[in-house]
Ligand binder design. Structure first.
Ligand code: SAH
Length: 332
C-alpha cells in the first residue's frame, strides 16, 4: 500500500491512516476513510478489496448467539457465529467453503468440498462480525475459534495469513485464537514451528483406531499413534495445554471404557477435553446425543484418570447454530 501512495505523490503517512481505519475501526469501505482525499478513495477501492463477503442471512438466538451466513463474490456461502458468554465474546469462523473430510457426524462434511477461502475472506468474516459485535453487543470480540465450516489445516497458507492479520493487524492475542483440526499432521507440525502461541484443538471423537475410522475417514491417512506423536512434538515446542473435542453420540462413542482408552492415549500430554453433546443432523437421523447421565459418566471416567473435561452446552439451538446447519437448512 505504501507504493500506491508513493506512485501518486502522496505523503507516507497515508498508508498508516488507511491501516488505522482497517485494523482499529474495522472499516468496510474506502468511502468511510474521511481523512483520505476523496479522489484517492476510488482508485484505492479498485486496487484493494476490503469486503469480499456480504451478509446473506443473519439469525439471532434467544441466548444471544448471532449467526451469519456470508455470500462470497462467486456466490459460495460460509457461516460464522458470535457466541457471547459471561466473560467472553467468541467468534467461530469458517476456513473453507464446504469440507473434504466427510466426518460422519458433521453437516458440513455432508456437502463435500466447494473451495478454499482466501485469507481476505477469512479476515472479512472477522471484520464484519466485529462491527456487529460493537454495534449490537457493545463489546469487542475476545476470542476466535476456527471451528466453522472447513478444515483449517487443509488451507494452511490462507489460514496462517488470516491468523497473522487477526494477531498482528487487529491485535488479538495469539492465546485467544484456537485452530481446530481433525489432525492433519503436516499442518500441526508447521503450526508447532511458528513463533506465536496460537491454541490448538484436536477433534478426537474416538480414542481407538477402528471406532475413529468409522467416524472420521482421516484416521486412515493419519492414524492415532502418529497423530499423537505429532501432538507430543507440538507440546514440546509450545508448552501449552492441548484441547480435545469429543462429540458424544448415544451408544456410538460414549461407553465409559472409551474414557479410559482416551486417558491411555493422552498419557504424558497436558490436555483438556471438551465434551460436546452431538447435535442431530438430517443426514444421520438414527443418531442422537448421549444422555446427560452418560455424559456425566464419561466425564467422571476421565476425571478418575486425572484428565479434566467440561461439557459444552449447545448454543443457538433455535437458529441452527451448529456446524453447517444454517446453510443446510437454507438449501432445504
Ligand atoms: N475441521 C475442524 C473444524 C470444524 S468442526 C475440526 O474438525 O476440528 C468444529 C467442531 O465441531 C469439531 O470438533 C467437530 O467435530 C464438531 N462437530 C461437527 N459436527 C458436529 C455435530 N453434529 N455435533 C457436535 N459437534 C460437531
Amino acid at each position: 500500500m505504501g507504493r500506491f501512495f508513493e506512485e501518486r505523490g502522496e505523503p507516507e503517512y497515508r498508508a498508516g491512516q488507511v491501516e488505522k481505519w482497517v485494523w482499529e475501526r474495522a472499516a468496510r469501505s474506502f468511502d468511510e476513510m474521511t481523512n483520505i482525499p476523496a479522489a484517492l478513495r476510488e482508485p484505492l477501492a479498485e486496487a484493494y478489496s476490503l469486503t469480499p463477503v456480504e451478509p446473506d442471512y443473519v439469525a439471532r438466538s434467544r441466548d444471544g448467539t448471532i449467526k451469519h451466513l456470508w455470500r462470497l463474490d462467486d456466490g459460495e456461502r460460509v457461516e460464522s457465529v458470535l457466541i457471547p458468554t459471561r466473560g467472553r465474546l467468541t467468534l467461530c469462523l469458517s476456513s473453507q467453503a464446504g469440507c473434504a473430510l466427510a466426518c460422519r457426524f458433521c453437516a458440513t462434511g455432508y456437502f463435500g468440498f466447494r473451495r478454499q477461502l482466501r485469507a481476505a475472506e477469512i479476515v472479512a468474516q472477522y471484520r464484519e462480525s466485529l462491527r456487529v459485535a460493537r454495534e449490537e453487543l457493545g463489546r469487542p470480540i475476545s476470542n476466535v475459534v476456527y471451528m466453522g465450516m472447513g478444515e483449517p489445516l487443509a488451507n494452511l497458507d490462507a489460514v496462517i495469513g488470516s491468523l497473522r492479520a487477526l494477531h498482528e493487524g487487529f491485535g488479538l492475542g495469539a492465546r485467544r485464537i484456537t485452530v481446530s483440526t481433525v489432525g492433519l499432521i503436516p499442518g500441526i507440525l508447521e503450526l508447532a514451528r511458528r513463533p506465536e502461541p496460537f491454541e490448538l484443538a484436536l477433534s478426537l471423537h474416538a480414542p481407538t483406531h477402528d471406532l475413529r475410522l468409522e467416524l472420521m475417514p482421516i484416521e486412515k491417512r493419519y492414524p492415532l499413534p502418529e497423530l499423537f506423536e505429532a501432538l507430543r512434538t507440538y507440546q514440546s515446542y509450545k508448552n501449552r495445554r492441548l484441547s480435545f473435542e469429543y462429540t458424544l453420540i448415544r451408544g456410538i462413542n460414549d461407553d465409559p471404557a472409551l474414557a479410559d482408552a482416551l486417558a491411555d492415549l493422552a498419557e504424558g500430554l497436558i490436555c483438556f477435553v471438551n465434551l460436546i453433546p452431538f447435535n442431530p443432523i438430517p443426514s444421520r437421523p438414527e443418531w442422537s446425543p448421549s444422555s446427560p447421565s452418560a455424559i456425566e459418566r464419561f466425564s467422571a471416567g476421565l476425571a478418575a484418570r486425572g484428565v479434566g473435561s467440561a461439557v459444552r452446552r449447545p448454543r443457538g439451538r433455535d437458529i441452527a447454530a451448529a456446524c453447517g446447519q444454517l446453510r443446510l437448512s437454507r438449501e432445504g
